[in-house]
Design a protein around this ligand. Sequence first.
Ligand SMILES: Nc1ncnc2c1ncn2[C@@H]1O[C@H](COP(=O)(O)OP(=O)(O)OP(=O)(O)O)[C@@H](O)[C@H]1O
Length: 340
Amino acid sequence: MFNFSQKIGIDLGTANVLVYQKGKGVVLQEPSVVAVNKDNNKPLAVGTEARRMLGRTPGNIVAIRPLKDGVIADFEVTEMMLKHFIEKTVSKRPIFKPEVMVCIPVGITEVERRAVEEACNQVGARKTYLIEEALAAAIGAGMPVAEPTGSMIIDIGGGTSEIAVISLGGIVVSESLRMGGDQLDGDICRFVREKYNMVIGEKTAEEIKFQIGSAMVLEDKTMDIRGRDLMSGLPRNIEISASEIEGALSESVATIIEAVRSVLEQTPPELASDIMDTGVIMTGGGSLLGNFDKLISKETEIPVFLADDPLTCVAKGTGQAIEEIDQLKDVLFNKKKAYK
Ligand SMILES: Nc1ncnc2c1ncn2[C@@H]1O[C@H](COP(=O)(O)OP(=O)(O)OP(=O)(O)O)[C@@H](O)[C@H]1O
């Protein structure tokens, strides 16, 4: 099949990789995990299949999350993962190699930018563009980013949280935290170990977060969990409540709210007034934590809304940006220079 201009947008996330393909939408959504055979250093499984192996691998296999805190921690494994996902999405024998747009966190260093570009070029991209994650999230959430009006986005991913005010296609004020939903899992593990002398894995912690995790408990509920007793070394069940988890998460939640406040404080008054009128939009999987939007709204006295399908906004925005790259080039790339 001829396909002259394969354009794909990649949300290369700490927790999930999403690929958006021109004309098709989000065509791939899989966890950012690779299972590697240590004997020959070859990937054994990538994505969903590899995630099932996390914490359950024999000695010669390791299940690796190659991205940490939003950036590439293991370059070689990231390349394996990108290669697998790009090959899975683009047609088998493309006439032209694909053009790829990848989103990156706002605070990323030049070395980290080059690492992402190099990884895409290594796996066969004809041209690689980078877009800041907050901007991609705002585009994907349908915000009028190119207009002369203030749009505020809070994107909470697995390893990073980006808070930004955008106007005329550029980021005017932003904060980027190297923490997100995954840190909340760590908070839960630590809490259970300290309070109940019990060890739980990160998958169990995430399950607790999904089921009873909340930034602000409005109605308490409980959940039975299973882990390993630290003293006896044996499996044990306990019941845990949503308000206990709220307490365990409070410090990380407060850090994110503090960053939101800091962005608001630095926002020029005209743009702040636009934001008061239109509200803030939350994207990213971390924004699905129970009542997070309500708590931020309560603490900042600004309307806060959860985007439709928050997990796919960044990928959609990245894909839309590459679809319209010719029109957006001036707005996105010149603006970025102007605000540097
Ligand atoms: N229903 C939910 N409640 C709470 N947290 C959730 C929910 N669904 C997903 N998450 C969390 O969202 C995070 C993943 O979000 P997302 O896929 O947007 O991140 P990412 O793009 O991979 O990461 P990053 O942008 O930091 O590189 C994980 O920490 C996951 O546990």
